[in-house]
Design a protein around this ligand. Structure first.
Ligand code: F3S
Length: 401
């Protein structure tokens, strides 16, 4: 792999230990994947923020990088708690202390502590064609597919290494040739809401493990629909890029010498709700909305469903979003309506990376296929996957209905 004199100097340690270690990570990845050179990135988004997923060694690694500073705008994935309202969530004090240390360590590196998997809804959206190094898989799939930016599915350490060096290795989805669709997926299902898009994403991820799908037949793909689809597709498979006819910016890049033609119909989509639900009746401890973090439109829709109603005392109704979206939702009155009904809107965290297993929850309802897929193992809860409307009904009743 070609390296400039400056990059060689960094590898010799001439710009400090942290930058040397970070560049070593990027060069090693480049060599494994056959990159020809390193390229600059315009931004990074870094996972490995919840202490639950980062752990002690991860925390020590982040702390060891100071006094290095990031050289491009960089934001964080969700942490394990709302950084202000953690005590109200019931997050244990020992976890909170570790989590605060993690955030401080990232802050010292100059990272913007926007802790969200949807930074593109909060002022950090890469442009078409821009090379970036993002690591949250749902955001990777969204920015590649819906915005036409270019990133591989980075791990937390490699995204952090890119933040500190401003570089990534030129391979994978940074290269034109590797972004072309390789399988057509005909979608005949009529998709009725975001949870249907999430179910479609789940199917897509499972179907096209190594391919880049080209979706035909969608009647709509707005920002929230693309967000739901991307998250589930990246969770059930390795999907980092899809094209959707008429909706995504690179969908005209040549439809394909296609190897495979796949189909998704209504029955397939409806089947996902059953497949991912581990319970069919009984009390629900937590109704959790916001995987990926909710947009302003989702909070508006939830507020409309909750207006003048009361959440059952047997259940908690929690929304997860980014801090900027919550501030806007407060200004627009949506948070007041949700809270008057007994719900809560938390920021900086989510139902999967919070330590739910230590917070007394055993059953959860979600409108996200990704959350439903991860929750039983990540949070040790039984789960029901359903629509937003049914989630709200469950919260009002306190049980599955
Ligand atoms: Fe985001 Fe957490 Fe879901 S990081 S995509 S809300 S699992």
């Amino acid at each position: 792999m070609y390296l400039t004199n400056k990059q060689e100097a960094i590898l010799k340690g001439e710009e400090g230990w942290a930058k040397k270690k970070c560049l070593e990570i990027i060069v090693a990845l480049g060599e494994i994947y056959g990159a020809d050179r390193l390229i600059p990135v315009a931004s990074t988004q870094i996972s490995g923020v919840s202490y639950k997923t980062l752990g002690e060694y991860g925390l020590q690694w982040v702390e060891s990088l100071a006094p290095a500073k990031v050289v491009v705008p960089s934001t964080l994935n969700p942490a394990g708690m709302d950084l202000c309202l953690w005590s109200e969530m019931g997050v244990p004090e020992d976890f909170a202390a570790k989590q605060r240390r993690v955030i401080r360590a990232y802050e010292r590196l100059g990272i913007i502590t926007l802790c969200s998997c949807t930074p593109y809804l909060a002022g950090f959206a890469p442009r078409f064609g821009e090379h970036v190094a993002w690591s949250e898989s749902s955001a990777v799939c969204f920015v590649n597919s819906f915005l036409g930016a270019r990133t591989n599915r980075e791990g937390g350490p490699s995204a952090l290494a890119s933040a500190i060096t401003g570089l990534t290795a030129n391979y994978g989805l940074h290269i034109d040739e590797n972004r072309k669709p390789t399988a057509i997926v005909e979608v005949s299902a009529k998709l009725a809401g975001l949870s249907d898009y999430s179910a479609l994403g789940y199917l897509l991820g499972k179907m096209v493990q190594q391919d880049i799908p080209y979706l035909r037949g969608l009647s709509s793909l707005d920002v929230d629909e693309a967000k739901a689809l991307s998250a589930a597709a990246a969770a059930s498979g390795n999907l980092a890029l899809f094209h959707a006819e008429g909706f995504t910016p690179e969908s005209k890049v040549g439809v394909v010498e296609v190897g495979e033609l796949l189909h998704v119909d209504e029955r397939d989509v409806k089947g996902v709700y059953d497949e991912l639900s581990t319970i069919r009746s009984g009390k629900i401890d937590l109704v959790a909305i916001g995987c990926p973090h909710t947009s302003i439109a989702e909070l508006e829709a939830a507020a409309a469903l909750l207006k003048g109603k009361k959440v059952s005392p047997a259940t908690k109704l929690w929304f997860f979003t980014s801090l900027p979206v919550k501030v806007l939702a407060e200004r627009l009155g949506f948070v007041d309506v949700i809270e008057e009904a007994g719900g809560r809107v938390f920021t900086d965290c989510c139902m999967i990376v919070a330590p739910l297993e230590r917070m007394g929850f055993t059953t959860m309802a979600v409108n996200s296929a990704k959350a439903a897929l991860y929750a039983p193992t990540a949070s040790k809860v039984d789960v029901v996957f359903t629509t937003l409307e049914k989630c709200i009904d469950i919260a009002l009743e306190g049980r599955l209905i």
